[in-house]
Ligand binder design. Sequence first.
Ligand code: NAD
Length: 578
Amino acid sequence: MLFYIVRLLLYYFSLALHSILLNLLFMHNYFKAFVLLAFALLNFVTLQAQSISATTRWHWDKGTIVIDTPKRPSGQQHVLNLATPKIQNLRVAFVGLGMRGPSAVERFCYIPGVAIVALCDYEQQRADECQRFLKQAGLPPAAIYSGEYGYEQLCKRNDIDLVYIATDWNHHFSVAKSALLSGKHAAIEVPSAMNLDECWQLINLSEQMRKHCMILENCCYDWFEMNTLHMAQQGVFGEIIRAQGAYIHNLDEFWDYYWKNPDGDDPSKLGWRMKYNLENRGDIYATHGLGPVAQALNIHRGDRMQTLVAMDTKSFNGKAYVEKQTGKPCTNFRNGDHTTTLIRTAHGKVIEIQHNVMTPQPYNRLYQLTGTKGFANKYPVEGYAVDSKQLEANGHKPKVDNLSAHGYMPAIEKEALEAKYQHPILKKYGKTAKEVGGHGGMDFIMDSRLVYCLQHGLPLDMDVYDLAEWCSLAELGALSMDNNSAAVAIPDFTRGLWNKQQGYQHAYATPSDERKVDVASQHFTTLQKEATAKYNLWALYQQVLQAKTPTESARFKKIYKKAADRAQDYIQKRLLRR
Ligand SMILES: NC(=O)c1ccc[n+]([C@@H]2O[C@H](COP(=O)([O-])OP(=O)(O)OC[C@H]3O[C@@H](n4cnc5c(N)ncnc54)[C@H](O)[C@@H]3O)[C@@H](O)[C@H]2O)c1
């Protein structure tokens, strides 16, 4: 008990200092070095992330839980439609290289115009192993960082534009904070924030530093979702009034493989993800289901999620797993095996989101849109129900006579509709994405769009308010369920600006700018490969790894560094010639 009280006091102390330091940072550049130092110290006292944050203040208002919204600090501007200076050649670092991270490194090797500068994992071997993707691609070796705080050293480098984060959930926030404070863009795996406090802090950091903080929600880029979004935006389904999404995926075969830190907070070796389920209620992985439907419903682009209620089953399989693993009774497994959240928007639409990673059943993201004039559904049957009259009114001549919306349209009609409404992003990246892969290609499309928008200085497809809205379901749902499934008012993370933009949109460069950037990107990647071969970087890197004594190691490192510097010179000189 005493331990928890001390931890809580330390947590409050750290939060108070965080906000003072952020204000100082915003007021005066002189304090920047001091702020960074203080943040490094504060990391020692920050608690593990939990769905209910210690800073959340709420009260009852006519039977609804209303949460205080922290004021936007004076002088701080919103980041809706944030456009940052163009970065022709994007320098990327990866933090977190377990099951998920390495595939991101591999995908980025296929994206022209990218330099992979650094790789970081708690376990050095995991970072080292990812060098193989760079070697296979003929790209230069990356710098390696490891240990609990290796990412802080990485973030101090001044040759990184983007930090791509795929750690366990407890580290997403601290890595992103470090990246943003050191002036880098951050892209964070899902869920990118674990509670409301982390949501607000990421919003403040993005607003203060004028840097992107993107949620890596790959399910927004799957083929059916993208084409359906395009159809919805062209009015094929009339007005969307209800939407559904989910993450239903039995993780039995994965539990054993999540990273374990038995010397830290996981003595029972449950792995971080099972431990997080054990300790936290609410939909803790809501974004695969919510992201794509929030875009179709224009959330914070003309509508907003206003109220939610949540209900879960008790824990059956989660509890049994922990008991089997630990050999002890488990009396308080917080996360129900199946959690359902219902959300109502300001314009009277309803969203239903489900989460179940515990029971055996087919994989299902439940993606469904119900419109006033039509219907789209992905699982288990992928199809559309729209009648001939509606299609014709929308300028599409059906191939089949008297098409009715009482059943799914035949395959031939579905294919014609998808061909007509193929999303422009799929047209650009679809073919390569299928070849490169990553959940069937959607991961590659997400990464390519991220690079494209940063290269062209365009707003990203998902901003920090999307991140906060989609991730907030965990804490809001937990509050609802801990209070007998009461209604919870959803905070407006834009702080009053949810109606400023009208309609969700992807940003595009002009065709001529696109061509110029594509050519320059290919050139940069070719130069990196030429320089790597010319200066024999991989052989010299290997020599460093194989050094037998510290003296030998120092000597080989010096040789490698000289070659790597010359390779960089070679690239820079040729870039200047263009
Ligand atoms: N979008 C998707 O489809 C998708 C799929 C799988 C996983 N994910 C997400 O990716 C993330 C990683 O999941 P995973 O399955 O790879 O988990 P994992 O347990 O396999 O990997 C986590 C990694 O983080 C590393 N790590 C821990 N502390 C660190 C620190 N301080 N600094 C650097 N690295 C640290 C661990 O060493 C480990 O290698 C999670 O957020 C998960 O939700 C997303």
